[in-house]
Design a protein around this ligand. Sequence first.
Ligand code: SF4
Ligand code: FES
Length: 246
Amino acid sequence: MKIHLRVWRQNGPKAPGRLVDYTANDVSPDMSFLEMLDVVNEELIKKGEEPIAFDSDCREGICGACGFLINGRPHGPDAGTTTCQLHMRRFKDGDTLTLEPWRARAFPVLRDLVVDRTAFDRIIQASGFTSVNTGGAPDGNTVLIGKDTAERAMDAAQCIGCGACVAACKNASAALFTSAKITHLALLPQGEVERGARALGMVARMDAEGFGSCSNEGECEAVCPKGISLTNIARMNREFWRALLG
Ligand code: SF4
Ligand code: FES
């Protein structure tokens, strides 16, 4: 397959960016999207040019490091799929794909397709944890948790912090990410002690980082590779008001 690429190239946070055209020849349908970019980069390095910068780590859909816009859609065209799990068989010979970094004020571009997502880390650092001393690891099933509650907590805990929800939102809101983190702890007894302070602290940090407000558009849920539900945002709002008025 031959794939035409239009890639956002930007040397640094303050440098101007522009779309540059490349052609990837001999692309195997079995390659992952990032493997295809690896091959393009090897060719660029051979020619003495700067390789395209992009983030990746696990390449198994679990770490959240990868992600950029492919033809305007975070993580590309497949639902429930991170960029690293997208395969070239999804595209046709001769396709033109435009690759751009996440576009959000709170995620400044560092270089090419790489953005600074440490704002997410600071939301977690604000209060997205439990600090009660729980002692040694308890035996499984010592603390009984209902099946439905455990399932809902685990569903929320699947968020990998990739930032696609922010990139898809017209308000660049981090509500889906923050609500997933608030929810998975709020549902479990271990998170109960700091439940109110956690909701207030994380929401305040989210706002301070420059993310926009949620206006229930739903793009975040549509592009989330882990299927994080909008219902988490409703829970975050409940947790916030409960803590504020309680
Ligand atoms: S909610 Fe989904 S899209 Fe947003 S950071 Fe978590 S996994 Fe990524
Ligand atoms: S590289 Fe880890 S989720 Fe894509």
